[in-house]
Design a protein around this ligand. Structure first.
Ligand code: R5P
Length: 312
């Protein structure tokens, strides 16, 4: 069956590439702002029973979210029976709980809005917290961009050590290392404020349960290695999000201190606030690459194939 693919204004090129991968039909839409700033949406193509909307809800988050809600509801009104919503980047995902009393749980509110607009299924890419899926009652899948990122890493570095700049990114480092049959390690990070983090070297021998099977082989052909192993090696830092760049800048500092031969940086969602790119290069990165889950000057890695695979 041919799927009707609709790309919101935040993800048009990605939607076009997904449609190309699937040999499906990219539906033309008109999306614009009225002079007073209000959003206008029109589906210009012929609609079918099933549709897929691809729209990231990154900056400008509120505009992209409203556009997505208009698209979902409009398709329902026009007779589409099943709408899958692909969220390459799920905006507001970092407020998935009440960190301080009185805070709105923004991720939950956004999930409810998308579901109530009429979405029938959600496909997200490396959600900041997997638990966000629990906010949806409709079926949801959270797919990983690591295969696409690993392919890129393989093309730019030889036998690199994959670095998680905090424990939250450890799963990504492990996933890439597994694909490339390489090694990985991580650092400890504490967030002191929205744009300030403190990073320290982690000692993997004390930081994981002693019954961790990988620790048993620490001195043999070990995959999870000590930070000292980066000396003279090519390294790749992997994170889900680069926002202010503070996390990456700190990690680069530690890798330089430890004598890494080169430091490249990869992420899934290149939010890149203000001068993040400059800060990361100034800190000593050889290159930076993110996926096209968000449009940015470093969105070189396409997740079109990954999304297409999840839609097949
Ligand atoms: C946080 O836990 C995320 O995985 C990223 O490390 C974080 O969002 C990066 O933020 P920043 O670039 O502002 O340090």
């Amino acid at each position: 069956m041919i799927l009707l693919i609709i790309g919101g204004s935040a993800s048009q090129k990605l939607a076009a590439n997904v449609a190309k991968e699937l040999n499906d039909w990219l539906c033309p839409i008109e999306t614009k702002k009225f002079p007073d700033g209000e959003r206008y949406i029109r589906i210009k193509g012929k609609i079918d029973k099933e549709a897929v909307i691809i729209q990231s809800t990154g900056y400008p988050q509120d505009e992209n979210l409203i556009e997505l809600l208009f698209l979902i509801k409009n398709l329902k009104d026009l007779g589409v029976e099943k709408t899958k919503v692909v969220l390459p980047y799920f905006g507001y995902g970092r407020q998935e709980k009440r960190f301080k009393s009185g805070e709105a749980i923004s991720a939950e509110i956004v999930a409810n809005l998308i579901e109530n607009a009429g979405a029938d299924e959600i496909i997200s890419v490396n959600l900041h917290e997997g638990s966000i899926r629990d906010f949806f009652k409709i079926p949801s899948k959270n797919i990983s961009a690591m295969e696409a990122i690993a392919e890129h890493v393989d093309s730019i570095a030889e036998d690199p050590i994959i670095i998680a700049p905090d424990k939250g990114a450890l799963g990504f480092a492990k996933e890439i290392a597994k694909i490339l049959d390489g090694s990985y390690t991580y650092m400890n990070k504490i967030r002191l404020g929205p744009d300030k983090v403190e990073t320290t070297i982690a000692d993997i021998r004390y930081d994981f349960p002693t019954d961790d099977p990988e620790l048993a082989n620490l001195n043999k052909k070990e995959k999870k290695v000590d930070i000292k192993s980066v000396e003279g090696k090519e390294t790749i830092i992997i994170d889900d999000i680069i926002a202010t760049g503070g996390t990456i800048v700190n990690a680069i500092g530690i890798l330089k201190e430890q004598g890494a031969k080169s430091i490249s940086v990869c992420c899934v969602h290149p939010i890149l606030v203000n001068d993040a790119v400059l800060k990361i290069y100034a800190a000593g990165a050889k290159n930076i690459a993110g996926t096209d889950s968000l449009k940015s000057e470093v969105s070189f890695i396409s997740i079109a194939k990954t999304i297409a695979k999840s839609l097949r």
